[in-house]
Structures are given as C-alpha cells and as structure tokens.
Design a protein around this ligand. Structure first.
Ligand code: SF4
Ligand code: SF4
Length: 139
C-alpha cells in the first residue's frame, strides 16, 4: 500500500461508496457474503414470497446468493450510472454492517482504488455527472 492509498483509505468510506461500482457486491477473491435465515425471511417479506421461494430463486447454496458471470450479486442493479442494491431496505445484515465501522478494505487495494479515484476527481471538477459515462462492467 502506498502513502497516498493509505491516506485515501483512511477517509470516510461512504464518500467513496458514491463513486464506487460496488466492489463489495462482487464475489472478489477472499470475499464471502453470508446470508442468514433472518435475512432470507426479510427478503421474502420484501417480495411477498415464501422463504423457500427466495431460496429457490436467489440462493446458490444454503448461505449465499447466486452471482452473475461477472461475479456481481443477483441483487446488484447493472447497466445504470451508479450501481445500487435493488433490495436496499431488505438487504442482508452483513451488507448493512460492512465495512463494520472501519475503512473499506477494498480501498486498500490499489488496483480497485485507482478505478474509483478518477470518478471522485471528475465529480469535483464537474458537479453534474456525465450520463454518457454509464457502464455496465465492473470498472
Ligand atoms: S467496496 Fe467499499 S467503497 Fe465500494 S461501495 Fe462497497 S463499502 Fe463502499
Ligand atoms: S444484497 Fe445488495 S448490498 Fe448485498 S451484496 Fe447484494 S447487491 Fe450488494
């Protein structure tokens, strides 16, 4: 980690969330989303489905969601300017608590941070985001 990435990562991570494609919503190496029975019940009520139907439609195994080919969570909205969770109010507890009051660990990854930082600088230079930069890929 460089000095610059260390100082950037020590900032309030929520600033970066606004410009991040949502790396925490991808199954990147070393990351695991743990979905509990309580989470499944909350999502079931959100969709007015049974717990079993939620498991059938969205779970890959007993404890985690399916992902798309690019590794993104099935509930991550793709193809929009800023990616967002489509079940935000009902998302799993792990998602609400991450990064647990600490700096986001993804911001210590120079490769990922370098993709976020230009977006942040661009937004400071141009208050109105340019919708033509919309992307459906992770970067
Ligand atoms: S990876 Fe970190 S900075 Fe990006 S959205 Fe998730 S918590 Fe925010
Ligand atoms: S449930 Fe929402 S916040 Fe959690 S990983 Fe999936 S898209 Fe991200």
């Amino acid at each position: 980690m460089t000095d610059s990435s260390a100082s950037l990562a020590s900032l309030d991570h929520s600033i970066y969330c606004n410009f991040c494609p949502g790396y925490c919503c991808y199954r990147l190496p070393g990351s695991t989303l743990f979905v509990t029975a309580l989470d499944i019940n909350r999502i079931a009520r959100h969709f007015n489905l049974s717990d079993g139907e939620v498991r059938k439609r969205f779970m890959e195994s007993r404890n985690t969601f399916k992902t798309r080919e690019d590794g993104s969570c099935v509930f991550l909205r793709n193809g929009v300017f800023e990616k967002r969770c489509s079940i935000h109010s009902a998302r799993p507890r792990q998602c609400t608590e991450f990064p647990y009051g600490k700096p986001c660990p993804y911001l210590y990854r120079q490769d990922l941070l370098q993709r976020i930082h230009p977006r942040l600088l661009a937004s400071l230079a141009a208050p109105c985001p340019d919708q033509s930069t919309a992307s459906s890929s992770i970067d």
